[in-house]
Design a protein. Structure first.
Length: 324
């Protein structure tokens, strides 16, 4: 079931990508606003309750519907439900238009447009970035987006499918990543508020902000290393592993650092824009060639080769399970 569900979801998503304004995205933001405004009171216990409601309710509903379809209508309808869930939670087209737009602008020599598109995508100040730094940031953000929108969901779904909880894995991973973005969007040095869809400001306690970051790091620990390993296998293995061991600490986030350091070694490119942007003391780039437009094609090739590799592995495991 895992192979067919993932494969069909990827094919459908490529043909008909989900809109960022889809009602499910809007519902999730409203659900997060309701939970934070009604449950988050500033204590650690309330933070756990808020996070549990945000993640647990969608994941629980997904699993409940999966079981109902399995035991009432049969295997086919359960597979269709899994495909629908993966279509919502997994896919390249949820971010690839940003990558394509910036790449095309740089190919045409329009660096001003490339900076504008990068700023709109990541909400960062890029007015003074030179061309190679634009390329570096695009590579980093694209690799991390590929991990969070594709590989992370892929691994979470596939691993929990072994014990029959695949829908929980996919939904919980996606909502936990959303919570990390949505509830930690403001700096700790600023007022702990974010703008809701209705135009009001929702208060987010430091307890909830910190818990959201900690739970995300825990949930993403295994998927991040699986993604890095896939890049190492499909790229320059020795260089990728060397980057993983010796350069991952140059990035501000441990899980992201593993992925980016492995990517840098796999395609021989200097990365470290995230660390430099965060103004970390003593931060330097990874070894490798300076980022250039040619690396975009290498990144795309690396990602797709890794997708194919993991899909083949899941197919073999599914076949072995059927034959066994």
């Amino acid at each position: 079931m895992s192979f067919f569900s993932i494969f069909l979801a990827l094919v459908i998503e490529q043909a008909r990508p989900m809109s960022p304004t889809h009602f499910l995205h809007q519902w999730l933001r409203k659900w997060a606003d309701w939970v934070s405004s009604h449950v988050d009171g500033g204590s650690r216990t309330q933070a756990w309750l808020a996070w549990g409601l945000l993640v647990g309710v969608p994941a629980g509903l997904a699993m409940l519907i999966h079981w109902m379809l399995t035991f009432t209508l049969g295997w086919f309808f359960a597979v269709a439900w899994n495909v629908a869930l993966l279509y919502v939670t997994l896919g390249f087209r949820q971010f690839s238009h940003h990558f394509t737009g910036i790449r095309d602008a740089l190919n045409e020599g329009d660096e001003a447009l490339a900076r504008k598109l990068l700023a709109e995508w990541q909400q960062v100040e890029v007015d003074d970035l030179p061309r190679n730094e634009i390329v570096r940031h695009v590579i980093e953000h694209s690799i991390l987006s590929a991990h969070r929108h594709v590989f992370g969901v892929f691994f979470s779904y596939a691993l929990l499918s072994v014990i029959g909880l695949g829908p929980v894995g996919a939904v919980a991973y996606r909502v936990a990543e959303f919570a990390k973005r949505y509830w930690t969007a403001t700096s700790p040095n600023q007022a702990s508020k974010h703008l809701t869809d209705s135009g009001t400001h929702a208060w987010i306690s430091d307890a909830l902000r910190n818990l959201t970051q900690q739970t995300w790091r825990a949930i993403d620990w295994v998927p991040a290393r699986a993604t890095a390993m896939g890049f190492a296998i499909m790229g320059s293995f020795e260089d990728a592993m060397d980057g993983w061991r010796h350069h991952s600490e140059k990035f501000p986030d441990d899980n992201d650092g593993v992925i980016l350091a492995a990517t840098a070694g796999a395609i021989n490119v200097q990365l470290g824009g995230a660390a430099l942007q965060a103004n970390l003391p003593g931060s330097t780039s990874t070894p490798g060639r300076a980022p250039e437009l040619g690396h975009f094609a290498q990144v795309v090739g690396l990602v797709w080769r890794t997708v194919v590799m993991w899909m083949v592995l899941v197919a073999l495991l599914s076949l072995a399970n059927l034959l066994g």
